[in-house]
Design a protein around this ligand. Structure first.
Ligand code: 4NP
Length: 158
């Protein structure tokens, strides 16, 4: 497989996208393909730049054996040059990514995480920030399902 780069994007980069990044990194590692991927995440907002992921997200992640080490950063225009796939979590993310993209080539890199769901039926990966423990668990359920299928999608494309 040719080397691939993936950027997961949400609003704050402290819940959904660092969780997606961590799950995807684990999948890639388990498949023995870590050297074939560059994987990162970023947020459309800049409120949490430099911060670790939300403690609730980290704690729910740990319960399933994931350690999130990412520090939040904001999406940069250059990310559209740097990454092959830019994966948003909800329609607001997709709209804002489309607004930042400056060419069709860049816009074609934008994908919806929910399009890779197979076990669950949801229009979006919902923001758990104002939610409870169940909402955080549900985000991990959705991301484990979609990341697995996203990996298969990329593998078939190359
Ligand atoms: P995320 O969740 O987009 O999944 O990281 C959020 C985190 C923080 C905020 C919103 C959503 N916030 O408004 O600070």
């Amino acid at each position: 497989m040719q080397e691939k780069s993936v950027l997961f994007v949400c609003l704050g980069n402290i819940c959904r996208s660092p969780m997606a990044q961590t799950i995807f990194e684990k999948i890639v590692e388990d498949k023995g393909a870590a050297d074939k991927f560059e994987i990162d995440s970023a947020g459309l907002g800049d409120w949490h730049t430099g911060n670790k992921a939300d403690p609730r997200m980290r704690s729910h992640a740990e319960k399933r054996g994931y350690t999130i080490t990412h520090r939040a950063r904001q999406v940069q225009k250059n990310d559209f040059n740097k990454f092959d796939y830019i994966v948003g979590m909800d329609e607001q993310n997709i709209r804002e990514l489309n607004n930042l993209a400056t060419s069709d080539e860049h816009r074609n890199k934008i994908l919806r995480m929910r399009d890779f769901l197979t076990q669950f039926d949801s229009d979006i990966i919902p923001d758990p920030y104002y939610g409870d423990a169940e909402d955080f668990e549900y985000v991990i359920d959705l991301l484990e399902d979609s990341c697995e299928n996203f990996y298969d999608f990329i593998s078939k494309e190359s």
